[in-house]
Write a protein of this length. Structure first.
Length: 256
């Protein structure tokens, strides 16, 4: 069984004390592929170190997270562009719109999002979307590029079936399903039940959004097994089938 975590912040400081042990534990549990989204210029060195320590398992993206978009965002975008020119990445990410915490830099978030999607197109790689309290605003921009045949993952999807179908209808898009699917009354179980498995990829978003029974605590890499099992239970199929299909889905997006 090969499980793929399409979104995990393994470089996070929350893992400094036991990072390597946790990654090895996850690999032993069948989680052997980890795709790491970037946040901003400060997270890049740590991400590269994890890649160096686990080159066959951990794969970096590059991008500017919407919550890191502020008055200096143009400088941060230059850092992203520099690295895109310098080396290969699995994706541009994570990028998007976040109106949950603060709407002060909404205009700048939109500009940064458009700019980075254009870079994904330019460099022929997919992009990974962060959208919080901003589904309509995010989709408005995504649809501007719908004819460009760019692959993408809608990270931490937590919308309803209708919204899921809107994303899928764009073509080349997968829905990232994580620990929220295990939360009581999240409604995400109904979405997973209604949507074909071929449209889904798995993620932890570790160290955030740990699944039940660890909700509210640090999320860990091997908890992806719990997420996969929950989806298997919802779909009434084996966890092996969930692992096989969602890993193949991730390969379709990332090309590896």
């Amino acid at each position: 069984m090969i499980l793929t975590d399409t979104h995990t912040h393994l470089y996070s400081r929350e893992f400094d004390a036991d990072r390597n042990d946790l990654i090895n534990k996850a690999i032993s549990a069948g989680v052997t592929r980890f795709f790491m989204p970037n946040v901003d210029s400060e997270s890049i060195p740590g991400m590269y170190q994890v890649e160096k320590d686990f080159p066959d398992h951990c794969f970096p993206m590059i991008g500017l997270h919407p919550c890191s978009v502020n008055q200096t965002y143009q400088h941060e975008l230059k850092v992203v562009e520099y690295w895109l020119q310098k080396r290969k990445f699995t994706a541009v990410g994570e990028i998007g719109i976040d109106l949950y915490w603060d709407k002060t830099f909404f205009d700048q978030q939109q500009d940064a999002f458009r700019t980075q999607i254009a870079w994904a197109k330019k460099y022929g790689i997919p992009y990974v979307i962060h959208s919080r309290n901003a589904f309509d605003e995010t989709m408005e921009i995504v649809k501007e590029f719908k004819n460009d045949n760019i692959k993408a993952i809608f990270h931490c999807f937590s919308g309803n079936v209708e919204q899921a179908e809107q994303v899928i209808a764009l073509g080349n898009f997968k829905l990232g399903i994580g620990g929220v699917v295990t939360f009581k009354n999240s409604g995400l179980d109904k979405v997973v039940e209604a949507i074909d498995l071929k449209h889904l990829v798995l993620e932890t978003d570790a160290p955030y959004l740990a699944p039940v029974p660890h909700r509210g605590k640090r999320n860990e890499p091997d908890y992806l097994v719990m997420i996969a099992q929950k989806i298997a239970d919802i779909k009434k199929i084996s966890i092996e089938e969930v692992a096989s299909v969602t890993t193949q889905n991730s390969i379709e997006v990332f090309g590896r």
